[in-house]
Design a protein around this ligand. Structure first.
Ligand SMILES: Cc1cc2nc3c(=O)[nH]c(=O)nc-3n(C[C@H](O)[C@H](O)[C@H](O)COP(=O)(O)OP(=O)(O)OC[C@H]3O[C@@H](n4cnc5c(N)ncnc54)[C@H](O)[C@@H]3O)c2cc1C
Length: 468
């Protein structure tokens, strides 16, 4: 029995939609489709909630918060508070993190059950453009949504042993704080773990082949992050290509192509995530693919009209909220509602290290490429001039990118808690606001949000607390 329905003895059932994979993309599609009155089957081989809930967003942010508490305890005297940092009780940290995850997991299970979704536990395989085989049964639907997500990638020849050379999955359940760690990859996942481990007391070195940390961000944000990490004592090798790793008596030694070597207790491989699609029958059903990713149009429909795909399985931004949005879009399209393609530049992006890096829209470099060097205007507001940031003792900047005499096309922020500011930034970008329009809005004092207002005042030609 699944969701009150005995699908095993009900082979004639044709669902409106059969969804393969119960992560952010898949379960969002299921919830919205059910809300719209469609009959939904959701197939998941592991745990409802997928990577985001069990190995991604939620557990990492819990660790990062524990790291923040550790840092605040160490720095308490600077605020006149007497506290002694005695160390990290890693078992208690895991208990806190797992408590957050299990509470949300229960809530999600309840939500799926309450929407009368037929939830099927098992490993599914696409058997035709309108069916998935699971547990020896054929589940048929008018539409199929592929949402099998992604898993950690490695480099050619680099074996992840789960002990000294680990992936983010292993890092989340590590039974100790490593004394030292190498983080291979300075993207989102790499800098977040580097930040946590440093807060927990480890010596951390990041190896990044590109010239900057957080290389997809505006260069200004990357440089600010590098400055902040340097201050925190997080080491990094930039523009450094990884050559290989060997075991030492106590850990690992990584070699770089430039001849340098770095030793540590373990190495986290954070070089990206690859799609889960191999052996799942996608090609056999005629679905067009590229290097394991399922190709879709702007409505998340594959070249096979009955098959859609969402989330990390398709080559769009690998973010949980992108998966949610794609899942909702597909459910609404299948239900016959009018849907609008997603503007991926308008998706907010947050890296939750300390300090946080948050952005929406395009970088200055991209704007110049699109509009021409002389058509792009920028303005910065330094958090040193923001009262609340001073109170928090955080440093950073908000940078705006504007098309000359036009809308704001990029908002780039670095500083503690800047992730919380991305909501307004997202409205500014997506509503194509002019700087003068935002400057007209009064921002509450003293908040960090005020800094966003001040940056727009500057861009509108009437800076208030800017020193330059
Ligand atoms: C360490 C880390 C931190 C992250 N932090 C953030 C963050 O802060 N914010 C953010 O927005 N994103 C974050 N992400 C990314 C986010 O987790 C993913 O973008 C999101 O989970 C993608 O959702 P999905 O549904 O496409 O795939 P997944 O969440 O991977 O779900 C796919 C599901 O399909 C199931 N499945 C696969 N094959 C089969 C099969 N054959 N049969 C049945 N079931 C199957 C899997 O078990 C899985 O549950 C993070 C990721 C990681 C790894």
């Amino acid at each position: 029995m699944h969701g009150g329905r005995d699908v095993a003895n009900d082979a004639s059932t044709v669902f409106d939609v059969v969804i393969l994979g119960g992560g952010s993309g898949g379960y969002a599609a299921a919830l919205r489709a059910a809300q719209l009155g469609l009959q939904v089957a959701l197939i998941e081989k592991n745990k409802l909630g997928g990577t985001c809930l069990h190995q991604g967003c939620i557990p990492t942010k819990a660790l990062l918060h524990a790291g923040e508490v550790a840092d605040q305890t160490r720095e308490a005297a600077g605020f006149g508070v007497k506290a002694v940092f005695e160390g990290i009780d890693i078992n208690a940290v895991h208990a806190y993190k797992d408590g957050v995850v299990s509470g949300l997991y229960k809530g999600l299970q309840g939500l799926v059950a309450s929407r009368k979704i037929t939830y099927i536990e098992g490993e599914g395989r696409l058997s035709s453009p309108t069916s998935v085989d699971v547990n020896g049964q054929r589940i048929t639907g008018r539409h199929v949504v592929l949402a099998t997500g992604s898993v950690p990638k490695s480099l050619p020849g680099l074996a992840i042993d789960g002990n000294r050379v680990i992936s983010s999955d292993h890092a989340l359940t590590l039974d100790r704080v490593p004394k030292s760690a190498i983080v291979l990859g300075g993207g989102v996942i790499g800098v977040e773990f580097a930040s946590v481990w440093k807060s927990f007391g480890a010596e951390v070195t990041i190896i990044e082949a590109l010239p900057h940390l957080a290389p997809l961000e505006d260069e200004n944000s990357s440089k600010l992050l590098e400055r902040a990490f340097r201050k925190r004592g997080i080491k990094f090798e930039l523009g450094a290509r990884f050559a290989g790793v060997e075991y030492t008596e106590t850990g690992v030694r990584a070699s770089l192509e430039n001849g340098k070597q770095v030793e540590a207790e373990l190495m986290l491989v954070a070089v990206g995530r690859g799609p889960v699609s191999s052996g799942l029958g996608y090609e056999e059903a005629g679905v067009a693919m590229d290097r394991g990713y399922v190709l879709v149009d702007e409505y998340c429909q594959t070249n096979v009209p009955t098959i859609s795909a969402v989330g990390d399985l398709i080559p769009t931004l690998q973010l949980a909220h992108v998966g949610f949005a794609e899942g909702i879009l597909v459910a609404e399209r299948i239900a016959g509602l009018k849907v609008v393609p997603i503007d991926y530049d308008g998706v907010p992006r947050v890296t939750y290290c300390n300090p946080e890096v948050a952005s929406v829209g395009i970088t200055e470099a991209k704007a110049k490429e699109l509009y021409g060097d002389d058509k792009v205007v920028t303005a910065k507001f330094n958090l040193a001039g923001n009262g609340k940031s001073k109170i928090l003792k955080t440093a950073g900047e908000i940078k705006l990118v504007q098309v000359k005499d036009g809308a704001v096309v990029g908002v780039h922020m670095v500083g503690e808690r800047m992730g919380e500011q991305v909501g307004e930034a997202q409205l500014i970008y997506n509503w194509e606001a002019l700087p003068a329009e935002v400057a007209q809005l009064i921002h509450a004092h003293p908040t960090q949000n005020e800094a966003l207002g001040e940056a727009h005042l500057a861009l509108a030609g009437k800076p208030l607390h800017n020193h330059d």
